[in-house]
Design a protein around this ligand. Structure first.
Ligand code: GTP
Ligand code: MG
Length: 315
C-alpha cells in the first residue's frame, strides 16, 4: 500500500469489522510510554501531521528540560480519528517500583486521563489513587501499548533486565506485546537497538524520525514509517478481536496483577527500610565499641602514667 492508501485505511478503521464484532470496545487507545525526552509527544505530533494536516502543529508540547525531568506531566489524550486516540503518558527516568506500578496503572487505564501524574512514594498513596480511579471504571478502550525509545539511549546491562520485565508486564496489563518505536533514528545504529529489543521479547520494532518543530519538512519515507506503526497497531487490534476478549474479566485480571505488584513493591520497600535500619544499628554498635575501646586505652595509659610518676622517689 502507498501512503495514501495507508492513510485511508487508518482513517476508516472500525472496531466492528471482525467476526465477533467489537466485543464491547468502542475506541482504540494507543498508549505511549517510555523514558523522558525520548519522543512520545513528538510522536503524537507526527501522527497528527501525517494523518490530517497540511501544516505542522505542535499539539503536544515537546522539548527538553535542563534537569532531564519530564516535559509532559499531565496524562493527556489526543484524538487521531473517530476510533483511534493517542495517550501521552508521563515519561520516567530511573523509576522505583512504585513508579513502575503507576506506569502499569497508566497502561491499563487505571488512572484517569487528563490528570497530573505525580509519582507516589508508598503503598497507601498508590492505592488511594487507584481506588479513586475505580469509581468510574473503563471497559471500552482497546489498549495498544507503544514503547518509545531513542536510538541514542543504549541500555547498560543492569537496565536490560528491567526493560525485559517492563515488556513482559506490559503484556500482562494489556494483552499486547508493546510495539517498540525507536526514535531519532539518524542519531545511532538502529540495527543494534532492534536486536537488543528483540532479545528482550519485543516483536514489532520500527525506527522513525519524528516530525519536530525544528524539522518538519515533508518527507515520504518519514511519513511511511509513522503510518506503518499505526497500521501495525490496528493489525494487533483486528487479530486480537478475532479471539474472545471479555473486557470486564480482563480488567479484573489486570487489577489483580496490579494490586499484587503494588503489594510486592511495598514488601520490597519495607525490607529495604528494615535492612537500612539494621545497617544503621550495626554502624552505631561499632561506633560505640570503638569509643569504649578508645576510652579503655586512655584509661590504661592514665594508669600507667599515674603509676610511673606518682611512685615516691625513695620507694
Ligand atoms: N532529531 C530528532 N529529535 C527528536 C525526535 N523525536 C523527538 N525529538 C526531540 O527530542 C526532544 C524530546 O522530545 P519529546 O517529544 O518532548 O519527548 P517526550 O518523550 O515527550 O518527553 P517527556 O514529555 O519529557 O517525557 C524534543 O526536543 C524533540 O524535538 C526524532 O525522532 N528526531
Ligand atoms: Mg512529552
Amino acid at each position: 500500500m502507498d501512503n495514501q492508501q495507508l492513510r485511508a485505511h487508518i482513517l476508516s478503521f472500525s472496531l466492528d469489522g471482525g467476526p465477533r464484532g467489537n466485543q464491547g470496545y468502542t475506541r482504540v487507545l494507543l498508549q505511549l510510554f517510555g523514558y523522558n525526552g525520548h519522543g512520545k509527544s513528538s510522536f503524537i505530533n507526527s501522527c497528527k501531521y501525517v494523518i490530517h494536516e497540511e501544516e505542522f502543529i505542535e499539539h503536544a508540547e515537546a522539548g527538553e528540560r535542563q534537569d532531564h525531568g519530564a516535559v509532559t506531566t499531565i496524562r493527556k489524550a489526543y484524538k487521531l480519528t473517530e476510533n483511534i486516540t493517542l495517550v501521552d503518558n508521563r515519561g520516567y527516568s530511573k523509576e522505583n517500583n512504585f513508579q513502575r506500578a503507576e506506569i502499569y496503572a497508566q497502561l491499563g487505564n487505571f488512572i484517569p486521563i487528563g490528570e497530573e501524574v505525580e509519582w507516589k512514594k508508598n503503598y497507601s498513596e498508590v492505592m488511594d489513587k487507584l481506588e479513586d480511579a475505580d469509581l468510574d471504571p473503563n471497559y471500552s478502550d482497546f489498549i495498544v501499548p507503544i514503547l518509545v525509545h531513542s536510538v541514542e539511549h543504549i541500555l547498560p546491562e543492569e537496565e536490560k533486565e528491567e526493560m525485559k520485565e517492563l515488556i513482559e508486564n506490559c503484556y500482562k496489563m494489556t494483552g499486547i506485546v508493546p510495539i517498540v518505536v525507536i526514535t531519532k533514528r539518524e542519531r545511532g545504529i538502529v540495527k543494534n537497538m532492534k536486536e537488543m529489543f528483540r532479545s528482550l521479547g519485543a516483536k514489532e520494532i520500527i525506527a522513525i524520525e519524528n516530525f519536530t518543530r525544528q524539522d518538519h519538512s515533508p518527507a515520504q519515507g518519514k511519513t511511511e514509517d509513522i503510518l506503518k506503526i499505526l497500521t501495525k497497531a490496528l493489525e494487533c487490534v483486528t487479530s486480537s478481536l478475532n479471539e474472545e476478549r471479555g473486557p470486564r474479566a480482563q480488567r479484573v485480571q489486570r487489577r489483580k496483577f496490579l494490586l499484587n505488584y503494588i503489594y510486592q513493591a511495598d514488601l520490597e520497600q519495607e525490607k529495604h527500610k528494615w535492612r537500612q535500619e539494621e545497617e544503621k544499628k550495626e554502624e552505631e554498635r561499632k561506633e560505640e565499641e570503638r569509643r569504649r575501646e578508645e576510652s579503655r586505652w586512655w584509661w590504661k595509659l592514665l594508669t600507667f602514667w599515674k603509676r610511673k610518676y606518682n611512685t615516691p622517689a625513695n620507694a
